[in-house]
Design a protein around this ligand. Structure first.
Ligand SMILES: [Fe+2]
Ligand SMILES: [Fe+2]
Length: 233
């Protein structure tokens, strides 16, 4: 695999974890939002939902194509993709439509955060592969533009605060353990773990250059809406 993020193994792999999770995650988001189309929503909202579903499916397909090209036959990447898609398809039938839509709203909150960090701090400039720049710029812009739609859908469907909270918790916990697992598989099991540059790049990515930890915390307040947990009153 080429190190298309600043020629750094760690940074490329960390972003690849998100790319792999995007493929199954966005399919879940699109299919869950499709369920809202059979609910009594405002016709204007339904049109927006249809557009949202098309966008998420196309993000998933485009990212899958990108991963196939840039991950090649890396068994770690394939295994992680398999785990993500199997876990989501196993758990998906166990939750109600309302919980799924609450999970979508939470997932959109997190993706809007990530998209803001990428765009506001021009992290696309750190990608030395034109296909990556193009993919991230397009995806991030659409994520920010449609991130509030699931909140409107939850309000129109009168999803209660308990369901919203359960959805938020399930979505956030699932995303965090999958990201952690992805990092273990793609970074910790690689021989590159013995290269000091891998550790140095990890430090600069989280604390000094991209400042991912600090920026995640400060960006959260920009996208958090009380409707995510309480609904419009
Ligand atoms: Fe997306
Ligand atoms: Fe989205």
């Amino acid at each position: 695999m080429s190190n298309w993020y600043q020629n750094s193994f760690f940074k490329t792999q960390f972003v690849t974890v998100f790319n792999i999770l995007t493929v199954s995650g966005e399919t879940f988001v699109a299919e869950s939002m499709e369920l809202a189309l059979s609910e009594p929503l405002d016709p204007a909202t339904k049109k927006l939902v249809e557009k949202f579903v098309r966008e998420e499916h196309s993000h998933s397909h485009a990212t899958h194509g990108f991963n196939k090209k840039f991950c090649g036959d890396d068994w770690r990447a394939h295994l992680f993709h398999r785990i993500c898609s199997s876990f989501i398809s196993l758990c998906e039938p166990l939750v109600s439509t309302n919980i799924k839509l609450s999970m979508v709203a939470a997932s959109e909150f997190w993706t809007a955060n990530a998209a803001s960090i990428v765009l506001d701090h021009q992290l696309i400039q750190n990608m030395n592969e034109p296909a990556a720049k193009q993919l991230f710029e397009w995806h991030c812009k659409e994520e920010i533009a449609h991130s509030r739609l699931p909140l409107l859908v939850m309000d129109e469907m009168k999803i209660n605060p308990l369901e919203r909270f359960i959805g938020f918790l399930l979505s956030s916990l699932t995303e965090f353990w999958m990201i952690a697992l992805g990092c273990i598989l793609l970074v910790l099991t690689s021989p590159q773990i013995f290269n000091p540059k891998t550790w140095y790049d990890g430090f600069t990515f989280f604390f000094t250059d991209e400042k991912i930890l600090f920026r995640t915390m400060t960006t959260m307040s920009k996208h958090f809406e009380r409707q995510l947990l309480w609904g419009k009153t």
